[in-house]
Ligand binder design. Structure first.
Ligand SMILES: [Cu+2]
Length: 481
């Protein structure tokens, strides 16, 4: 019985193998690759990607993509109406292989206000599908195309005004794997840059309408990864373990800006330039054009926080193009010995960001109305400004940045603490018995923001629960004059 089974398996294997061989020889042109069976495409929201295609045969792949217009957050407290493919910015990731025949169902949700369409750069045909997919709210359009060339491609809406549809978040990536699939890696992530143009300046709270003139001038208020300032930090940070190989599918939706994509502390082992077939090795920064993409692969060797940036660096530290890859595992002192990136690099960010350029600091039009709001807005400011030095739980960094948690210096004198934030602080101070002799630059934030952040600090981590009002801040400011 057993040997009979073995024999059958052997025969089957030989048979399969010969079929496979035959196929390879028979279909030289990609458009002739036959499709067998149907399959519904798995779609994922960023930073996740669908399962690799592996060795599967070419199929009729059914993609069902729903367009949703929905309000969301572009930065803490800043609302924006995004137009999306699949409910996320960037839109759902599509993963297919060469030879697939994609039957694309573009569904425009009945609650949407506008018609849309889709132009996939992976399509050979008029408008990349845009002409056949123009769809009104409450309708679905279906078109189909044969996937001819491997690569990482952008898709986007191409409905007039095209720039506005893209600016509102209508872009994403479609990956076409070669026959047999991409070489396996340990971690794969989907990251896409985009620039946003809002009526109010960066950080102005409330619902912000799109600003056409700024977009035309390419004066972006936000440049972000995955649709939001901080999408890839905190709980959203990407993760990997020492020794793992990481593949980033990085796209740039634009609409206006080209990305100088860089990961602080890593060298890219391999980059498929512009998402095509050319592979570059040992790359520091790779250019990702608006409407373009790249596959970036590297092995992580030592633990720490690696910072993803657009190396047009003001965009990273002032407009949001910053993400984190947190790597855990054993230190390897042969490769890197010293402090963690976290501790060395980030303090410079807010330092640069908050350098005084003007004495004019605008007060918010939407002040905090309650203690809860003060805490909420204060936490935002803390996360944008103070955290780099005083750390997430106010614990500080020994001998460099004093703690704000249970700080006797802080709790002893509220006016003195407000003064430090308003005007900066230098010279020797003693906090909880430890001496510090360093410099804190003046924090360029409004009086209301000082009140909120101080209230947050005083009501966190075991401090004395002082509530700081804008009036208190104003008094300290005037006394100093
Ligand atoms: Cu659109």
């Amino acid at each position: 019985m057993k040997s009979k089974l073995k024999f059958t398996v052997l025969i089957a294997t030989v048979f399969l193998f010969s079929c496979f061989q035959e196929k390879k020889e028979k279909y030289t042109a990609t458009e002739d690759i036959p499709v067998s069976l149907e399959m519904i495409a798995e779609l994922t929201a960023p930073p996740h990607v669908p399962k690799p295609v592996g060795k599967r045969k070419a199929k009729k792949l059914i993609v069902k993509m729903e367009i949703l217009e929905a309000e969301g957050e572009i930065s803490n407290g800043v609302r924006y109406v995004f137009w999306t493919f699949g409910g996320s910015v960037p839109g759902s990731f599509i993963r297919a292989r060469v030879g697939d025949e994609i039957e694309f169902h573009l569904q425009n949700h009945p609650d949407n206000k506008l018609p849309h369409n889709i132009d996939l750069h992976a399509v050979n045909g008029p408008g990349g599908g845009a002409e056949s997919s123009f769809v009104a709210p409450g309708h679905e359009k279906v078109f189909s195309f044969k996937v001819l060339a491997p690569g990482l491609y952008v898709y986007h809406c191409a409905t007039a005004p095209v720039g506005m549809h893209i600016a509102n978040g209508m872009y994403g990536l479609i990956l076409i794997e070669p026959e047999g699939g991409l070489p396996p890696v340990d971690k794969e992530y989907y990251v896409m840059q985009g620039d946003f143009y809002t009526a109010g300046p960066n950080g102005e709270r409330g619902l912000q309408p799109f600003d056409m003139q700024k977009a035309v001038d390419e004066r972006a208020d936000y440049v972000v990864f995955n649709g939001k300032v901080g999408a890839l930090t905190g709980d959203g940070a990407l993760t990997a373990k020492v020794g793992e190989t990481v593949r980033l599918f990085v796209g740039n939706g634009g609409p206006g800006l080209v990305s100088s994509f860089h990961v602080i502390g890593e060298i890219f082992d391999r980059v498929t330039v512009e998402g095509g077939s050319l592979v570059n090795e040992n790359v520091q920064t790779t250019l990702i054009p608006a409407g373009g993409a790249a596959m970036i692969e590297f092995k992580v060797d030592v633990p720490g926080s690696y910072v993803l940036v657009d190396h047009s660096i003001f965009r990273a530290f002032n407009k949001g193009a910053l993400g984190l890859l947190n790597v855990t595992g054993e230190e390897n002192e042969k490769i890197y010995s010293g402090e963690l990136m976290d501790n060395i690099y980030l303090p410079e960010g807010p330092g640069i960001q908050r350098m005084p350029t003007t004495s004019e600091i605008k007060e918010s039009d939407i002040p905090a109305k309650s203690f809860e709001e003060q805490m909420k807005f204060g936490k935002q400011i803390y996360g944008q400004t103070c955290i780099a030095c005083h750390q997430a739980e106010g614990q500080g960094i020994p001998s460099a940045f004093p703690p704000l948690a249970k700080s006797d210096y802080l709790n002893a004198d509220v006016d003195r603490a407000i003064e430090a934030v308003l005007f900066g602080l230098s010279g020797e101070i003693t906090v909880n018995g430890e001496k510090y002799n360093s410099i804190m630059t003046a924090q360029m934030i409004s009086q209301e923001e000082v009140a909120n952040v101080m209230t947050y600090v005083y009501n966190s981590w075991g401090n004395n629960k002082t509530v700081v009002t804008p009036e208190m801040v104003k008094k300290v400011k005037e006394k100093k004059k």
